[in-house]
Design a protein around this ligand. Structure first.
Ligand code: GRF
Length: 365
């Protein structure tokens, strides 16, 4: 992957991306650094790393369309696949935005959608966070659209606001996390662990990140699994572990076993989710868990998107096959998985479950 970084300031995030490329955290390279500020520290970092630079601003290109065109030409001539804004204080021009739609990312030092928008940059963000009294902040990586800080969220991480924090101390702690989260998100995007499915509106499938994501997943899973619970007379009494009664602790259990949760988002709203978890007993086997599509979003192809995403993820973590356990009497669901390449490997009863479980596998090619 060839990355074009646009930066106006010191460029510590640029440095983190350069270092990740050099260290293998990102399979790619920074192909071009663009700045509107000829004195940007980002330029020094680029030169040190032998990366070509472009200074483009209203001083070099007074006409906004010329400026947009010059930046776009430089990016395409450098073979840039992904634009990463790293403290870039200008809006991207419409031609560049259109050419790199869904291929332009930014990092913001607060948990969007809060503390974003016009004027919310630099220390103003951290001042506003402290003044608001929130206990948690942290960076957001998001897709860039023509509105400030408005595109779909790709990753976030929570950073506690500590008693006695100043805007400066908070900025420092958030920045350290940015340097880890930004390269990791670019890598996940490159490996397809974060995927954008274009449509109207687009669907983003990405790992769940913060507490809010897990809370949304709990309600998506409960609502999706209510259908089989009703159909097969599953109650809290006869099957308390059924997904229709799940809670955040249960989702954390999957995570603590090395599982990864993904959510499908449309216009910032979670509309489905899925998890994959490595088997402890069988090397190469990953379990598909909690594939959840609530009733309003069924028959839209979302289930297949989530399934494919989960399989791709398990494959990229080294999985060789994906395995699922479902209610043996649920012929409709078994048919759905059969049509997607799964075959039955056997059935089993468990003392804590009021139904027979059918296991189905799909080999990853
Ligand atoms: C970071 O806080 C980033 O979140 C914001 O601008 C700042 C850039 O810092 N978009 P640096 O130039 O990467 O050090």
């Amino acid at each position: 992957m060839r990355i074009g970084v646009l930066a106006s300031g010191g460029g510590t995030n640029l440095q983190a991306i350069i270092d990740a490329c050099a260290g293998g955290g990102i399979q790619g390279q920074v192909a071009l650094v663009v700045s509107n500020n000829s004195a940007a520290g980002a330029f020094d970092r680029a030169r040190k790393a032998g990366i070509p630079t472009l200074h483009a601003s209203t001083a070099t290109h007074p006409d906004p369309a010329d400026l947009d065109g010059a930046i776009l030409d430089a990016l395409t001539e450098s073979g840039v696949d992904l634009i990463a804004l790293a403290g870039y204080m200008k809006k991207l021009g419409p031609m560049t935005l259109a050419a790199y739609k869904n291929k332009t990312v930014n990092i913001h030092p607060a948990l969007l959608p809060d503390f974003g928008g016009r004027g919310m940059y630099g220390m103003a963000v951290h001042r506003a966070v402290i003044a608001s009294g929130v206990e948690v902040t942290g960076p957001t990586v998001h897709l860039v659209t023509d509105e400030y800080d408005d595109g779909p969220i790709l990753a976030q991480e929570e950073v506690p606001v500590l008693p006695g924090d100043t805007p400066e101390s908070l900025q420092q702690r958030v920045l350290e996390v940015e340097h880890r989260v930004y390269p990791a998100t670019i890598d996940a995007f490159d490996r397809g662990l974060i995927a954008i499915h274009e449509g109207s509106p687009d669907t983003v499938i990405r790992p769940l990140c913060i507490t809010k994501d897990y809370d949304a997943a709990v309600s998506v899973i409960r609502s999706a699994f209510r259908t089989p619970a009703q159909r097969f007379n599953i109650t809290r009494e006869n099957c308390p572990t059924h997904p229709s009664f799940t809670d955040r602790n249960r989702l954390s259990e999957i995570r603590s076993k090395g599982g990864v949760f993904f959510g499908a988002y449309r216009q910032s709203r979670m509309i489905g989710c899925v998890a994959v978890e490595p088997s402890r007993d069988e090397a190469g086997t990953w379990y598909l868990e909690k594939l959840a599509v609530p009733p309003d979003y069924r028959l839209t192809g979302l289930g297949s998107l989530l399934l494919d995403h989960a399989c791709r993820a398990a494959g990229s973590y080294g999985g060789e096959r994906i395995s699922i356990g479902l209610i043996d009497a649920d012929e409709v669901l078994k048919g759905w998985y059969r049509r997607r390449g799964f075959s039955e490997t056997g059935t089993r009863t468990f003392s804590h479950l009021p139904f027979t479980v059918c296991f189905m596998n799909r080999e990853m090619t």
